[in-house]
Structures are given as C-alpha cells and as structure tokens.
Design a protein around this ligand. Structure first.
Ligand code: ASP
Length: 349
C-alpha cells in the first residue's frame, strides 16, 4: 500500500510509464467556455479550439477526444440534461479511460450528485470541473482546473468527482460555497479524494466498483425543498399536502430542529406522512450530521414521520429523492427504505 501511495504522490501523468490514457472531454457550458456578450457572459461554441489554443500542453497529458451535447449556463440544467450526460458517459465507458465534464459552477454539485446515483459501479473516473473566469481571460482559474482535472482523470479513481482549485472532491459531497473566490467548493462532511500541489497527492479513500456497471436514467421532479426561518407560517405549506409533490426536503435548524410551538410545522409533517408523502430533514448548517434525537424539536418531527438526511448535502438529498422516486416509480415506501442508505458514498451510514 505504501509503495502505491508513494508512486501516485510522486509522479504526474507526464512522468508515469505506460501508454497514453484516453480521455473524453465533455463540454456542457458554464463560465469556463464563455465569453463576454451583450447581456453578460454567454456560452462559446468554439470551446475545444480554445482549449487547444490556450492550453496546448493538455495533449501531452492524455489523448483527448471532445464531445458537446449542450452548452448552457448551468442554471438551466434539468433532469433531461442529466439523462443525456449519463447516456453519453455510459455509451463511451468502454472506449475511454476517464472523463472530464466542463460544467457551470452554479449547479455542478447537483449534476455531480445526480451522476453519482445514475452511474452504478462506475469503473472509470468522471471529473466535473469549471471555473470562476473564462479560459480566454488572462487572469483565470480555468487553465489550472482543466489541466489538473484531465490529469486526475488518468488516475484510477472510479468516482464521480468535482475538481476545483487544486482539490478533488467526492462529487456528491461537494458544495459551491463562494460566488467569487477561486476556492469556490467545499466538502464539509467528507475528506478530499486528492490534493494537487507540487505533487499530486491521492488520498486513497475513493470508492471501487462492487459489481457490473449500470446506468439508471429515471428521475422524478415531484420533489420540493423548503427552508425554514424564524416566524415562517406553515399555513403556506398546507396546499402541498394536496399537491403532486411526493418528497419535501426541509432545511431545518442546527441538528434538524423545527418550530414546535406557535408556528409548529409538526401538523404539516403529520399530514404529509398520512397522505403517503415524505418529509426529509436536512440542516441549514453545512458541517455535521442531522440528529433528530438530540432535541425535542427534532424528536417531534421524527415522531410525526419525518426522515433524516444525516450528513448529506442538501444538493445530494434533493437529487437522491428525485433519483429514488424515478427508480421506484413514485413508491414512497421504497424511497423511505433506501433514502438513508449510502448509494454512492453520499451519506455516512
Ligand atoms: N452561471 C455560470 C454557470 O453555472 C457560473 C459558472 O460557471 O461559474 O453556468
């Protein structure tokens, strides 16, 4: 084990022995490939030319092929885009050694989470990256994010990851935490998978496939996320009990606490449960795990039928609910049975 770690720490892909790895670079949009337009930054259609113009050296890291199915500001990403992307990755799984997906930073952690659930027993690395400034800008983080993501995709890290600012994160644990820092992502409840400095330090805590690779493509959008705040009137939630929404992710306080006095949300949670719907409690605090036993304000939610999101990010909890509802065709009992299990390392069981 020590020898393996030593090797991976010491050498870059340029220096490692063996035939050049084949990497598929997929462009989906976002700032990295944008250029200034009349109404703010807009997607460039010439992105691959720009890559070879601004960072020609990437050809020395790997044999790179390029695909672009859609180029959008990632605020426009929806479940159809995830299905397209998952299908593209699955169709090319045999042909390439690794994948780099250029994606807008705004919803990158949602796409990373969704892909981590779709791509079961993933045998190759899928690394999402983007940047805070376009590749064509002089002072940009795009070059280093792109070069390092491509290099890391040549390693044996068979996970959906996010690479940003010299750090490789498990994708379904990553969160965008800054609008304008280059250091824009964090993984509050799971350690880094790799860190890039003078050397590439692989932490060797990544997952490995446990069976045959399988793509799951069904998602449901009968999911809603609600954020609690002091004074919120649960009367506004009432109509949801009659709606098509099947899972509510409730962003509660601290360890998962909810109001139980004047503006109690307990009757709402009870009504949801009685109508066969689910309420899953996540926290507005980034670090740590929801524990509904810790306070009466959490225990009452649990007794009313709420589930815990544990230490999942809100992004992972939302996409997991969409994925499970899709897989189980809306059967909320089955969703409940699977929601707190780790499907792709997104939760500490
Ligand atoms: N709005 C952009 C996007 O998410 C922001 C970015 O890429 O950083 O597509």
């Amino acid at each position: 084990m020590f020898v393996l770690i030593y090797f991976s720490c010491k050498f870059s892909a340029l220096e490692r022995m063996g035939p050049m790895k084949k990497i598929l670079l997929i462009h989906t949009g976002g700032t990295m490939g944008m250029s200034p337009g009349k109404s703010g930054n807009v997607a460039s259609t010439q992105f691959i030319d720009e890559v070879f113009q601004y960072v020609p050296g990437v050809r020395d890291i790997a044999a790179i092929d390029f695909q672009s199915q859609f180029t959008v500001d990632s605020s426009n990403i929806s479940t159809n885009h995830w299905v397209d992307l998952g299908t593209l990755l699955s169709n090319n799984m045999e042909r390439f050694d690794g994948f780099v997906v250029i994606h807008g930073t705004d919803t990158m952690s949602y796409t990373a989470s969704a892909l981590s659930f779709m791509l079961n027993n993933l045998p190759k690395p899928v690394i999402l990256t983007g940047s805070q400034r376009p590749l064509s800008a002089i002072r940009t983080d795009a070059k280093s994010n792109l070069i390092n993501a491509i290099e890391l995709a040549t390693y044996d890290i068979p996970e959906v990851c996010v690479f940003f600012d010299y750090k490789l994160f498990r994708g379904n644990r990553a969160k965008k935490i800054s609008i304008d820092d280059f250091d824009a992502f964090a993984s509050p409840n799971f350690p880094l998978l790799a860190q890039v400095g003078l050397h590439i330090e692989i932490k060797n805590n990544h997952r490995m496939p446990a069976g045959m690779f399988r793509l799951d493509k069904a998602f449901s959008n009968e999911v809603l996320c609600l954020r609690l705040f002091p004074g919120v009137d649960p009367v506004y939630f009432e109509s949801l009990t009659q709606s098509d929404v099947k899972v509510i992710i409730l962003e509660a306080f601290g360890a998962g606490n909810v109001p139980v006095l004047e503006h109690s949300v307990i009757p709402f949670i009870k009504k949801m449960s009685h109508s066969g719907k689910l309420v899953a409690i996540t926290s507005q605090s980034m670090n740590g795990s929801v524990d509904l036993h810790l306070y009466d304000c959490g225990q009452q939610a649990l007794d009313a039928g709420a589930m815990t999101c544990g230490d999942m990010t809100t992004e992972a909890a939302i996409t997991k609910a969409m994925y499970l509802l899709g897989q189980f065709e809306g059967n909320t009992a089955k969703v409940r049975n699977n929601f707190t299990l780790s499907l792709a390392g997104e939760i500490t069981e």
